[in-house]
Structures are given as structure tokens and as C-alpha cells.
Design a binder for this molecule. Sequence first.
Ligand SMILES: [Zn+2]
Ligand SMILES: [Zn+2]
Length: 361
Amino acid sequence: MTNAIMKVASVVSLGQIMITEKPIPACPPDSMLVQVESCAICGSDLRIYKKGDARARYPIVIGHEIAGTIRELGREVWGYQVGERVCIAPGHGCGECKYCLSGHSNVCIHPRPSIGYASDGGFAQYMVPPANVVKLGFVNAIPDGLSFDHASLSEIIACCLNAQENCPVNQGDVVLIIGAGPAGCVHAILSKMKGAEKVLMTQRTLPRLQMASERLQVIDRIIASEKENLNEVVKGETGGLGADVIYVCAPSPEAQAQAFDLAAPRGRINFFGGLPKEHSFLTLNANTIHYLELFISGASSSLARQNREALELLASGQIDAEGIITHRFPLEDISRGLRVVEDRTGIKVVIKPHLSSKEPG
Ligand SMILES: [Zn+2]
Ligand SMILES: [Zn+2]
């Protein structure tokens, strides 16, 4: 493939994305060359593009929810085959620190450049995963019968599985999800799988809530906070107690602070969504945490085993991928895809780098 050219979508500086041509990268001995078939847009792609992210290095090819086919294999890599269909997730662990060794490579203290942040990602016709990603098991075979588009959801599902390990749902819990985007939808599905009695979902406006509710069929009550008093509805739905589990998927400090008023005694709150780096401070009444014995957790990225679990959940049909994917675009139309994410007019958007914009998508 030497000298051959590919198309990529590159964020050249904050707020500026361009479709450019680049040489297809050479396959290094400790990695592989992957032809990208589907790469889903993550909220963090929009953040890197529009708002800035502390880990991003510009110019960068964004996109880290990648499904494709191995076209070349480095001679030091074992356990894969040319032609194999794989998903690539952005593990950034060094593989050697105390956290990597104890199975928490997502909080590695010597992180390697992460795919789509500081190492070129999947909004390209080809990409090479960093060697540590291959070594740590973040390249996983797509089960037979699972499409590239559906498989590209495995990374966001893995991130949600990670959050649900930190902030578990128990049988009979009332779960409140703030934010009706893809992560909110996946949390709704996983919460019901874990036996939640009720799943409530809120965001400011109604249309995407309605879309999520109709497409997924797992949400018991939607609350558009511009129309209804969220506090009153949550108290009404929980006998005045508040929600047992709250996943804050909206990238908003106000939403994070609000969660403390909506939690039941001994409630569990997970800050799933990262905040823009300029707006990452909260003001809250810490006595709420003290007297109610609240458990607050974070969630960052995912682990290799959670990506494999996500692929199994998709392949077995336990997660309805088609309910989550609302849009597909060729690479040339990535700006349209990013606008769908920004305007919240869809749920998950998948980019297809080898689909021509002339073909019907
Ligand atoms: Zn993601
Ligand atoms: Zn490490």
C-alpha cells in the first residue's frame, strides 16, 4: 500500500475540520493496518473539535469507535489474521504501571497517546492502532453476523459497562439518566438488563427524549426539564425518596450539581460525561453527600474486557443497535454528522469512510 493515498477528516485547529488526503500509513511491525468501514461519532469527538480537550493534540484525525478489516499485519503481532473483521477501542494504558497491572488501564498514570486525541483515529479510510492498543487487547474480533455499523457501538457500550461497574444498578432500583444521547440510551438499556424497576430520562428539550423513548422501549418516564419540574417528577416517581442511581451523561456542570438534589439516601451518582476543560468546576452543598451517604463515581473510557463484553451483548441481540443508530454519513459529510450530534437531532451517528457521497447511504 506504499505511496497510496487515503481520505481523512482532520481537525486542524479548534473549530476547524477538513477532508484532506494523506498517504496510507505504513504497517509497523508491532501493529496492523486497518481499513475503516464504520466509525461512530462520540460526544468527545465534538468536544475535541469544538470546545477543546486537555488530551487533544492538533491537527488530529478524530474518531475512536472503530470497526474495520485488517489489511496488513505487523510481523511481531500474533493472534490476528489479514482479512479479519475487528473493532478498535482507544486504550491508552502503558501496560506497566500499578493501575494497568491491576486491570485499570483506563486510569493509567503514564498514558500513551490516545486514538482520536493524540494519535490519528478512525475518521479515515485506513488507520494504524498504536502498539499498546494491540498489546493490551483493545483490538477485538467482530462476531460473525454482527455488522460493522453495529459493532462500532461496542466502544460506547464498553464505556457504559465501565461506569455501571463503578456505579452499579441493583434489582428494583429507580435509575435517573440525565442526557438522552447515545450514552444515556445505552445506560437505559443496561439498567433494565440489570433489573431496574424504573428508568427515568431527562434533558432540557423534548424531541430527542421522545425519539429515545420510542426507539428503545426501555424508558418508563421522560422529563423535558424546560416543560416540567424535574425535582417534583423524580420525587413523585420515587415516593419522595429520589433516584437510587443517577448517570449524568450531559456534559454540563449544572446537570452534575443538580444530581445531588435528585438522589435517594445512599444513592449512587456517576459522572459519565466529561466537562469542557474551561467549565469543569462545581458548586454544591457537600452536606448532601455527608448526610445522605451518597456515593459519587467517575467513569473514563473502558477496559479491553468490557469491549469484548459489549461485542457479545450486540451479537446476542441484547442491545438493539439499530434503535440507537439514527444517522449514517460518508466521510465527506462528517460536518453534517457532527451537526446532528451538536444539535441533538439524532442519537448515534455512524461515519462510513468507504461510502461515496454519491451512493445512497
Ligand atoms: Zn467514545
Ligand atoms: Zn499504565
